[in-house]
Write a protein that binds this ligand. Structure first.
Ligand code: DAH
Length: 342
């Protein structure tokens, strides 16, 4: 009888194993312990008939109690495994992982940084100025005539009698020249404001990148070569540039620069409106009157300046069809550019 009770204890010792078993092992354990033909406990129960009544009672009670325990443990493990499997079914393991949203620089910031980096490599530092400007810096020091239409309240956002939201980044040329004697080489990114209504290519606020180089002996050749270099760096080595006569009060001569369309390589496409060219920037040799207004000797110093629209560059670079996308902060738009840039 002692042997039999010891065997029962041995079988009870398998309980922890049941609690850990996976589905297949569980099936094996059930057969091994309780199987009708070869089950270890079944074998003991079968022997009961051959025992003395006294012994049979004791061993029988212990064996039946153990049978109940083993069955309960096996059933509990079956339920536990089913629960785990249910949880896993709710998770489709073939689905792409949920990655943490890391955020990133706005596509416009990326493009502005890229432009500034290109110019930094050829000696331009980055400067900034305030968005609220005086009429003097925004217009008069830049040689605008007093009756220029941009001075009209219909065109610009005035904050006071002679303070307005700057209509371009050019007033930072004035601020720079007044505080830094030449040689000067700066790029100036910043927001500018005009009374335009929103449409796919206009916005009352947008970003410009201004450039200014003033030194002794700067010529029209330096001007063209620097901007052509920029265009090739930004749009690619095959890019051709075209300068055409233009007019700005603060440059003389003035020129608009176009780059061969980087989308169609100049063959004609919707981005370049079939012309093969993209108008990129306004520019020119700094007007001597501007230099003099800033206390710079125009006999000794010359320079060039340029201004371009940052959204326009980003739109061409990434095929963005509508300027309003830059302002709407729609993550479906923003996300496409996340992780790029720095
Ligand atoms: N300020 C001009 C504008 O807003 C752009 C511009 C043209 C800037 C010529 C310049 C320049 O520095 O030389 O349209």
């Amino acid at each position: 009888m002692r042997d039999l009770l010891a065997s029962l204890d041995g079988l009870r010792g398998r309980l922890p194993e049941i609690a850990q078993a996976d589905a297949m092992h569980l099936q094996q354990l059930r057969t091994e312990l309780l199987g009708r033909k070869a089950g270890a406990l079944t074998a003991i129960l079968k022997q009961l008939a051959t025992l003395d009544p006294e012994v049979r009672r004791t061993v029988g009670a212990a064996a039946n109690a153990l049978k109940g325990e083993l069955e309960a443990a096996l059933d509990a493990r079956v339920r536990a495994l089913a629960e785990i499997a249910g949880d896993e079914a709710a998770h489709d393991l073939t689905m792409p992982g949920r990655t943490a949203w890391r955020g990133g620089l706005h596509v416009l910031t990326q493009v502005v940084d890229e432009v500034c980096d290109i110019f930094r490599e050829v000696g331009f530092t980055r400067a900034v100025g305030p968005e609220a400007e005086t009429e003097r810096n925004n217009f008069f020091a830049l040689n605008f005539p007093v009756d220029h239409p941009a001075l009209d309240a219909q065109e610009s956002f005035y904050l006071g009698d002679d303070v307005l939201l700057r209509t371009h980044t050019s007033p930072v040329q004035i601020r720079t020249l007044e505080t830094h004697p030449p040689p000067v080489r700066v790029v100036i990114p910043g927001q500018v404001y005009r009374r335009d209504t929103f449409d796919p290519s206009h916005s009352p606020v947008f970003e410009q990148i201004e450039g200014l180089a003033v030194d002794e002996g700067i010529t029209f050749v330096d001007f063209k070569a620097t901007l052509a270099y920029f265009a090739r760096r930004f749009f690619g080595p095959r890019t051709r540039v075209r300068f055409s006569p233009s007019f700005f009060p603060f440059t003389e001569p003035s020129a608009d620069m176009a780059a061969s369309c980087s989308v169609c390589d100049g063959r004609g496409c919707p981005t370049c409106k079939q012309t093969g060219w993209l108008e990129i920037l306004g520019s020119g040799m700094v007007h001597p009157a501007v230099l003099e207004n800033c206390g710079v000797d125009a006999e000794r110093y010359t320079g060039f300046a340029f201004g371009m629209g940052a959204q326009r560059l980003a739109m061409v670079r990434h095929g963005i069809p509508d300027i309003r996308l830059f302002f709407e902060s729609d993550v479906r738009f923003l996300r496409q550019f996340a992780g790029r840039g720095r």
